[in-house]
Design a protein around this ligand. Structure first.
Ligand code: CTP
Ligand code: MG
Length: 233
């Protein structure tokens, strides 16, 4: 049985409002994308890596050169992503079809999440159920449901609410079929687990660190640099 890293990196980083897609911004001397890919490779080197890229991406060649220098042994395949994150993940899984077996494990990890913790990944690998699982953390803040007028409709009971992180880990064929079915039915998916849920399955929630942040807004960059500097392994 094999492991695969699938890294969706075909977004345009609209909320970051930078001069390029956020995955190509520099973070502690490296592009964010290179940092994330090197971390994936470091933590699970036996897993091959598939990257979904935007069709108009012109920054990738420089990033690839950066990676070749840092980790010449890195086994990396690239394919074209789609309009939404789920389309990009499905495109990567389609691309993998000749290479992957149905029961292979796929770990989907956001290109924009560079601070993956070694112990978190280990826990995910150990605790995911046969259906699969995802890193997640119980919510710390009180959550309000809003009305159309931006007033509070109600307060949600946060005891049962978790924030979904990545990696999210599922058997190759199960994830591919779930994504195909859910997308064909017009479901809106912002992570992989929701595709499995759509098929009536219950992925395992595996507790992960809150500082496994997804870089989304400009202020997240400085925080990620700080977190990376603290990382011990
Ligand atoms: N992603 C992707 N294909 C898309 C949209 C997003 O592969 N069509 C990837 C992003 O590159 C990112 C991850 O999915 O690594 C999480 O998405 P997000 O943080 O929303 O990134 P962007 O979509 O690029 O940012 P924004 O929503 O602000 O435009
Ligand atoms: Mg997005």
């Amino acid at each position: 049985m094999n492991y695969w890293w699938v890294v969706p990196a075909a977004g345009i980083g609209q909320r970051m409002q930078a001069d390029r897609p956020k995955q190509y911004l520099e973070l502690a001397g490296r592009t964010l994308l290179a940092t994330t890919l090197l971390r994936c490779h470091q933590l699970l080197p036996q897993a091959r890596l598939v990257l979904a890229l935007h069709p108009d991406d012109r920054w990738w060649p420089a990033c690839r050169a950066e990676l070749e220098q840092a980790a010449p042994e890195l086994d990396l395949m690239t394919t074209q992503g789609g309009a939404e994150r789920a389309d990009s993940v499905l495109a990567a899984l389609d691309y993998l079809q000749p290479h992957a077996a149905a029961e292979d494990w796929v770990l989907v990890h956001d290109a924009a999440r560079p601070c993956l913790d070694a112990a978190d990944l280990k826990r995910l690998l150990q605790q995911a159920s046969p259906i699969g699982g995802l890193l997640a953390c119980p919510l710390a803040d009180t959550l309000k449901q809003a009305t159309a007028q931006q007033t509070v409709a109600r307060t949600l009971d946060r005891r049962h609410l978790w924030q979904a992180l990545t990696p999210q880990m599922f058997p190759y064929q199960a994830l591919r079929c779930a994504l195909q079915r859910a997308l064909a039915a017009g479901a809106t998916l912002t992570d992989e687990a929701s595709a499995l849920e759509w098929s009536g399955l219950e992925p395992q929630l595996v507790i992960g660190r809150r500082d496994n942040i997804k870089i989304t807004h400009p202020e997240d960059l400085a925080l990620a640099e700080f977190l990376l500097a603290q990382q011990k392994d």
